[in-house]
Design a binder for this molecule. Sequence first.
Ligand SMILES: NC(=O)c1ccc[n+]([C@@H]2O[C@H](COP(=O)([O-])OP(=O)(O)OC[C@H]3O[C@@H](n4cnc5c(N)ncnc54)[C@H](O)[C@@H]3O)[C@@H](O)[C@H]2O)c1
Length: 420
Amino acid sequence: MKIAIYGLGYVGSTAAACLASEGHSIIGVDISEKKVRDTNAGVSAIKEPGLDELLGAAVAAGLLRCVTDGADHVRDCDMAIVCVGTPSGADGSHNMGYIAEVSRQIAASVDQGRSRPLTVVYRSTIRPGTIEELIRPIYQMTLGEKAGVIELVYNPEFLREATAINDYFHPPKIVVGTHDAQPNARMDELHKNLDARVFCTNYRVSEITKFVDNTFHALKVGFANEIGRVCVQLGIDVATMHEIFISDTKLNISANYFRPGGAFGGSCLPKDVRALQYIAADVGAEARLVDALLRSNDAHKHFLFEQVTGSAKAGASVLMLGLAFKRYSDDLRESPKVDMARKLLNAGYTLSIYDPDIEPDHLVGQNLGYTFLHLPTLPHLLVSADHVAATRYDLVLDMSGMAKDLTLDCEQFFDLNALQ
Ligand SMILES: NC(=O)c1ccc[n+]([C@@H]2O[C@H](COP(=O)([O-])OP(=O)(O)OC[C@H]3O[C@@H](n4cnc5c(N)ncnc54)[C@H](O)[C@@H]3O)[C@@H](O)[C@H]2O)c1
């Protein structure tokens, strides 16, 4: 393909060199005269291992040429890839000025007689909604009825500086956002030599991907350092702690505990998080992320309550499926479902609860004490499967994945195990 790449920074120059090495013909566009001059001389404007060699080979083969103004070159391109910067603005949001300006330039360069599609691929990190609310309107405004020749794609970049070339050819995944969430033939062509799982999705999902990844990486580093600080202050060997932690690929370094859904609770997590908060403060380790966990969990409980009651009037009949902190247990201590039940009762809903593992007469010790304090009317709220089958409810909230085993009749159903 003939491809114009806008922005010859870390992302753009790596893409230019790697795509040229695969035989694509590349026009690099950057407003920096120095970057254009250096790249045309086969010298990378950025420091990246292996990039000089690839750029030099691409220039020598006549597959890479750089310019400061792409207007004359986009006309006969199949694709334009936008890799301009999206630095932080004064208020913390991304500054979208470069993205908007390049979009306007590309749109203005499209020949009015063009009927062949131009695929414009955005690789810069942009906030969800940017393609639909900023970029597409720029093409529509500039091109009017001709805007149909532009195929907009969002394709986030996952490379890491210092290993950029290897990451380019071996990405952890490929995400392609299109208007109909369907594959795009030119993107298939672009990625045909890459061995990675491809996700074709809509614009917004593709746009959020990079934020989720980067924030999670930051979270991991922050968490590791907080735990490291606590260990140092307590004289605990950090390397051994780390080795044991990462060896657990069943529960720790795994897909467990990642699905957005219910809040955490039970007899261990809140108690032990609280105690670690205490220990960290006690030894002067300042664990700000750990400090935020219980508040984050409380915010989530409230969010779920508002989600499910948003359209229901006080007095509506609500059936909760599950009350113990998890299914097949009768442990109610710090169960987020008890909080939901309490919020529903306080807000005036008529509440019934189905949980076959809970028999109020069998609750003992702390479990009984917790239940008595937080849900004193529990025996009157519990209903049987037969009662559920014979009753129509305004709302049913499945908190424990029990709905599939029951006959339900309701106006609205919420599966709180997975956010929708
Ligand atoms: N650096 C990384 O490791 C990395 C990885 C993945 C994603 N990203 C994202 O990719 C985007 C680019 O990152 P980067 O590190 O390559 O940025 P960068 O600042 O190194 O490069 C951006 C380039 O765009 C050029 N530019 C600005 N306006 C232009 C215009 N109108 N026309 C042509 N060129 C123009 C600049 O001169 C600059 O050379 C950002 O959104 C970033 O968040 C970066």
